[in-house]
Design a protein around this ligand. Structure first.
Ligand SMILES: [Zn+2]
Length: 309
């Protein structure tokens, strides 16, 4: 319980920081092709301001009274003529959440898909096959209507904290959450500029969950051509691992599983409990932790190279 509140509080803090800092900018460009599936969404991406996401519309989601049902559903837009995803909309509950481990999604090639590696992006790959509605919420895996070409940064720093917050809330309360994710493509671009994420808890009318944010499909240090997904090193970006980027991981089912770890608060490494490295940690730096891998990564811990937790 305490942990969930901590996550929710830090998100509220982050959203209010964004709100007080920047505000919404640059939403006056022409509506993108395929915006018909995006009736409630924004017409174009706000300008990137150095943060993984920004609150839009005062952080209020655009759901109507009629949307507030306690019946679970999932709707995925058909791909448009450029084979791009549209809005994915679900009423998420314990019913829609996965009961088995996630399978492979490597066979899906979302619009603008390119294989590109940069050694300062942990895991190396610039792009993930990024679920619009996260696997942990609706168990949709290799659904081409739910996968876009997304940067690791958007996947992990932008979208994942919101997904986790919603998943935790549902597990805690058993309530339903309206959840809508809309990729925003400028013009005929094959790679989305970002995604709009809206959510609202049903039974308590948004008291538990209520947000409307835009997550940027960017990767610090990389310049992306959104027309076709090609990319290059941004000017001034070093290729060395010393470039100062913290290791990031692509979220998988394992990242969401609650497991036991041993933390070294000196080196900021985390271990499996039976790792030889874990035994050697001094008492003052050692901490037993039960929780999600993704949470440790988001707090700046990195996995031990020996036990590879
Ligand atoms: Zn270890």
């Amino acid at each position: 319980m305490r942990k969930i509140f901590a996550v929710i509080c830090s998100l509220i803090l982050a959203v209010s920081l964004v709100l007080s800092g920047c505000g919404q900018k640059g939403s006056n460009a022409a509506a993108p092709a395929g915006s018909s599936v995006n009736a409630a969404g924004i017409a174009s991406a706000p300008a990137y301001s150095g943060k993984p996401f920004i609150a839009i519309n005062g952080n209020k989601p655009n759901f109507t009274e009629a949307d507030l049902t306690e019946k679970s559903f999932e709707k995925y837009s058909p791909l448009d003529s450029l084979k791009r995803c549209g809005t994915a909309f679900a009423n998420v509950s314990k019913e829609t959440m996965p009961k088995e481990k996630r399978g492979s999604i490597g066979q899906v090639k979302p619009s603008g898909w390119q294989t590109a590696k940069y050694d300062f992006v942990d895991g190396k790959y610039l792009y993930n096959r990024c679920h619009l509605i996260g696997y942990q919420l609706t168990a949709e895996n290799a659904n081409e209507r739910n996968l876009i070409t997304g940067t690791r940064y958007m996947n992990v720093d932008g979208m994942l904290p919101f997904e986790n917050m919603v998943a935790d809330y549902i597990k805690e309360t058993g309530n339903h959450v309206l959840y809508r994710v809309t990729p925003v493509f400028n013009g005929n671009n094959l790679v989305a500029s970002g995604v709009q994420m809206e959510a609202m808890s049903v039974e308590d009318k948004g008291a538990g969950i209520s947000f409307n944010v835009f997550c940027y499909n960017v990767q610090p240090g990389v310049e992306i051509n959104y027309a076709d997904g090609k990319s290059k090193l941004a000017e001034g970006q070093q290729t060395a691992k010393t470039a100062g980027n913290k290791p990031k991981v692509c979220p998988t089912a394992d990242d969401y599983a609650v497991q036991s770890y041993v933390l070294n608060n000196g080196s900021k490494k985390f271990h499996k409990p039976d790792c030889s490295g874990a035994e050697k940690i001094s008492a003052k730096n050692k901490e037993n932790f039960k929780g999600r891998r993704a949470e440790l990564i988001s707090k700046g811990y990195s996995p031990c190279g020996i036990c590879k937790p």
